[in-house]
Design a protein around this ligand. Structure first.
Ligand SMILES: [Zn+2]
Length: 65
């Protein structure tokens, strides 16, 4: 059984393979977003002046090494 993570936006728990991870440069913390929230979070992020510190991963991906 795959690991369960919570969507940081809507606080819904889901299988990690169905959530998109967001990595922040220099940090080990990873945030996860469900398909419903991912598009709006992505848009919001692009509007941030410091958006370059964030990297989207692919579903089911762990931490970038
Ligand atoms: Zn969500």
């Amino acid at each position: 059984m795959a690991e369960q993570k919570m969507c940081m936006y809507c606080a819904k728990w889901d299988d990690i393979t169905r959530l998109t991870p967001l990595f922040e440069k220099g940090k080990t913390h990873v945030e996860y977003y469900c398909d419903g929230c991912y598009p709006s979070v992505k848009d919001n992020l692009l509007n941030l002046p410091y958006s370059s510190v964030y990297t989207w991963g692919t579903k089911g991906q762990g931490r970038i090494l």
